[in-house]
Write a protein that binds this ligand. Structure first.
Ligand code: ADP
Ligand code: MG
Length: 213
């Protein structure tokens, strides 16, 4: 059984920030095709700011404060649509962790699902509308299903990643109904949604951070 502490969350944020720095150019290129080419910059700025802010919290910080601090920093750092979407995700994750000193496998699966639901509630996008929800929603469903089938956290996150990757891949065949790329109509066909691509990066970080014991 995994036990997730404040320190684990801090290093998870550092891991996501590093991954976004690595992936920034690819994400900007994807956004350049169907958007305004800033998605990689937005995700890097957001997660670098979040990682820095949580690293500066004092030792008495609890799990909810870590997520809420990350949310606030992400929102302040990012002017693009991904700002409020990820800030809401992080706030919901914080609410899900409320009152807990550490998170076990069940808690962490619920935090992951709350994170994904935050994005969906904030942006009001449904699956099939060519957004990050096409990666996050199936990832959260797969994560929960794996847990219900008795998988440990690592197995749940592996299932989440697989479903998220499939969902991101499927955005290539979609016409956007939400966000900037919805103005393109069928010219967006054939191109992966950048937000779905970055969601896969975030989900990969969750998976790599909690390997099987
Ligand atoms: P902007 O479009 O303001 O430049 P970003 O480039 O950071 O913002 O993010 C673009 C991504 O945001 C899209 O690829 C899409 O995945 C996501 N997105 C846009 N609108 C929504 C929405 N309403 N719900 C969910 N995701 C959305
Ligand atoms: Mg953009």
């Amino acid at each position: 059984m995994t036990t997730v502490t404040v320190d684990d969350l801090r290093s998870l944020f550092a891991r996501i920030a590093e991954a976004m720095t690595r992936e920034k150019d690819r994400l900007c290129e994807l956004d350049g095709v169907i958007g305004d080419a800033d998605h990689g910059i937005a995700m890097e700025l957001g997660f670098v700011a979040a990682a820095k802010a949580v690293s500066e919290l004092d030792a008495t910080a609890d799990l909810t404060l870590v997520f809420n601090t990350a949310a606030k920093s992400f929102l302040n750092a990012v002017g693009a649509s991904s700002g409020p979407l990820y800030a809401t995700a992080l706030m919901r994750a914080g609410a899900s962790a409320k009152g807990k000193v550490s998170l076990n496998d069940d808690d962490m699966v619920e935090v992951f699902a709350a994170f994904a639901k935050g994005i969906q509630d904030r942006g009001k996008a449904e699956v099939g509308e060519k957004t990050m929800v096409d990666a996050w929603a199936p990832a959260a469903t797969a994560c929960r299903q794996a847990r219900e089938q008795g998988q440990p956290l690592a197995g749940c996150l592996a299932a989440a990643l697989e479903a998220g990757q499939k969902g991101a891949e499927a955005t290539k065949d979609m016409i956007a109904a939400k966000g900037r790329s919805s103005r393109l109509g069928d010219r967006a066909l054939g191109h992966m949604d950048p937000g779905a691509a970055s969601a896969v990066v975030v989900i990969s970080c969750f998976k790599d951070h909690f390997p099987s014991e």
